[in-house]
Design a protein around this ligand. Structure first.
Ligand SMILES: Cc1cc2nc3c(=O)[nH]c(=O)nc-3n(C[C@H](O)[C@H](O)[C@H](O)COP(=O)(O)OP(=O)(O)OC[C@H]3O[C@@H](n4cnc5c(N)ncnc54)[C@H](O)[C@@H]3O)c2cc1C
Ligand code: FES
Length: 264
């Protein structure tokens, strides 16, 4: 059972309307966490059970040097609204690191990272690690409008081939980020996180081009520890039916891209 702990919030700021960045002091977690894993958060004091369930949020960056965890999230409903009211010095109740992390195949050199909407959040740490491993990286980021392209300034400072797409044309190509896939050549491996329809298109493109990869799924979660089955997703396996349900919280959230069934 992953450990639960109460941690100090170092800072919290609104980075664009409805989107927040929180920095949490947690040296032991920062030391062991892997890119792509997530925290299961509860922002109330120990005696407060509103809301009852924790909320899963991925690491945006793991700052091992300062022992801090950085998360970026969008306010969706009650849980994230409450989370956004916390300030530096407040406490947060968390479990983690949870789930599986991204892995980097050593033998590949030319990587593609495709993020859409809030799915951009877990990818920054991955891209930084790809660069540390001396890989060539192309990053495609998509959102409704420029201000929702999370971490855009940080990506612009990195040595990556960066392309953006927005639906209103305020940054880069006007339209779906997946339209940019058609221009790519020499990619050997792909990572993606974002809306299912986007990841399904990336999967189709990867299969057509015989490129392997990984997808980070964001299913609705309850316990976060494998006990409640509320987070299951369909994964291809070699059985008669050809697929089975797997738990996103423990077997995922990172899955082999070609094994995910995005059909609902
Ligand atoms: C592994 C993982 C990593 C995630 N990382 C991020 C991130 O880095 N940044 C970010 O903004 N969001 C992330 N999400 C989505 C985030 O967990 C939801 O937006 C959040 O739980 C919504 O809670 P709420 O109370 O504000 O909304 P409500 O809609 O009121 O939530 C009601 C219930 O549905 C669940 N729920 C609702 N939407 C989602 C969702 N998309 N995914 C999972 N559970 C959901 C909640 O946990 C809660 O139990 C992640 C989800 C998963 C599974
Ligand atoms: S969230 Fe309970 S089993 Fe995954």
């Amino acid at each position: 059972m992953p450990e639960r702990s109460i941690r100090n919030i170092v800072s919290q700021k609104e980075i664009c309307p409805g989107h927040y960045q929180m920095v949490i002091d947690a040296p032991e977690i920062a030391a062991e966490a892997e890119m792509g894993q997530f925290l299961h958060l509860k922002w109330a004091a120990e005696t407060n059970s509103d809301p009852l369930l924790r909320r899963p949020i991925s690491f945006n960056e793991i700052d091992r040097e300062h022992g801090q965890l950085i998360i970026v999230y969008r306010v969706i409903g009650r849980g994230t609204k409450l989370l956004s009211t916390l300030e530096a010095g407040d406490k947060i109740d968390l479990m983690g690191p949870l789930g599986t992390g991204f892995s980097i195949p050593e033998e590949k050199n030319n990587f593609l990272v495709v993020g859409g909407g809030m799915g951009i959040a877990p990818l920054l740490d991955l891209v930084e690690n790809l660069l540390v491993a001396d890989k060539e990286v192309t990053v495609l980021l998509g959102a409704e409008k420029k201000e929702q392209l999370l971490n855009l300034e940080q990506y612009q400072e990195l040595n990556v081939n960066l392309k953006t797409a927005t639906m209103d044309g305020s940054s880069g190509y006007q339209g779906f980020v997946t339209d940019l896939l058609a221009d790519l050549t020499a990619i050997e491996y792909v990572y993606t996180c974002g809306p299912e329809v986007m990841m399904a298109t990336v999967q189709e493109w990867a299969q057509e081009n015989e490129i392997a990869g990984q997808a980070s799924l964001e299913e609705r979660m309850g316990c976060g520890t494998g006990a409640c089955l509320s987070c299951v997703c369909k994964i291809k396996v070699e059985t008669e039916s050809g697929w089975e349900y797997q738990k996103t919280c423990t077997t995922g959230p990172i899955f082999a891209l070609n094994e995910v069934i995005f059909d609902e």
